[in-house]
Write a protein that binds this ligand. Structure first.
Ligand code: 9WO
Length: 251
């Protein structure tokens, strides 16, 4: 997959994507990232990319022409057609389902705004999809772009090692929250590892983990449970979790 990022801070994106799974995906040739700076397409000695808003008010707005020329250059770098995605709080939510959809594309162009935003005419003419990573305002679209790149990179075939892929298979598909994890030591002043995890009974362990996932989703994100397709066995596990929770008095 190829991702071109139009941003006033291309080195920021390169830094963000240089480590871990995303860095490895690039090294393995599964992901090709390239940054494009609208300032390189701006005219005049000052290389202006922003101007004052019509109608007045504070702040600056990104101008049409440097962005249009920069997008054209990014688009022309490869023959594969690419949808342009604008990262903004006005976009639709970035969910794991949306990540899966984007990860399946051969190519994306991400547009990162700065200041108070981008001239609406450029957005109307060039942007295919507007995406938000959450309901908060940042100082630009670069961090959201890095988030999208990370989420999409790890879904490329071969990006994860075997252990990471197995973890993904068991948790990412079903829309539930993850279960708790423990490692050595088994006994510690902060608490003991649940006995079932040390029992060697793999069926019991799988059941316990599923129950914890269901229970935590019920406690912390009941909205996700409405969407999850629960089996009869899931409902029984969750009911038992609720009973135990009542006895315990919660946390
Ligand atoms: C600035 C501003 C100032 C006063 C009142 C409202 C305001 N909104 C903005 C604004 O949205 N600025 C944006 C900064 C312009 C586009 C790039 N910026 C941005 C993107 N901030 N936050 C995002 C973003 C993108 C995706 N998901 C979450 C947040």
């Amino acid at each position: 997959m190829r991702i071109d990022v139009v941003t006033l801070f291309p080195e920021f994106i390169a830094q963000c994507a240089g480590f871990g799974v995303v860095g490895r995906a690039q090294e393995r040739g599964l992901l090709r990232l390239q940054g494009w700076n609208p300032r390189d397409h701006a005219e005049g000695g000052y290389r202006r990319v922003d101007d004052r808003p019509f109608g007045g008010g504070p702040g600056m707005v990104m101008m049409i022409e440097p962005l249009r020329a920069c997008l054209a250059a990014a688009r022309a770098a490869d023959a594969t057609p690419a949808p342009v995605v604008y990262l903004s709080p006005q976009g639709g939510p970035l969910t794991q389902a949306k990540v899966r959809e984007l990860a399946a594309r051969p190519r994306l162009i991400l547009l990162c705004g700065r200041y108070e935003g981008v001239d609406e005419r450029l957005l109307a003419a060039e942007v295919d999809e507007e995406i938000s990573i959450g309901d908060y305002v940042l100082s630009g679209g670069e961090l959201p772009a890095a988030v999208l790149i990370d989420a999409v990179a790890r879904l490329q075939d071969g990006a994860l090692n075997d252990a990471e892929s197995a973890a993904q298979d068991s948790f990412e598909g079903d829309g539930l929250l993850d279960c708790p994890h423990y490692t050595h030591p088994a006994r510690h002043e902060l608490g003991e590892v649940p006995a079932v995890l040390r029992s060697g009974d793999h069926a019991a362990i799988a059941r316990w983990r599923r129950q914890q996932s269901l229970g935590r989703t019920w406690l912390r994100r009941p909205d996700l449970l409405d969407e999850a397709a629960l089996s009869k066995a899931d409902r029984a596990l969750l009911e038992a979790f609720r009973q135990a929770q009542e006895g315990e008095g919660g946390r």
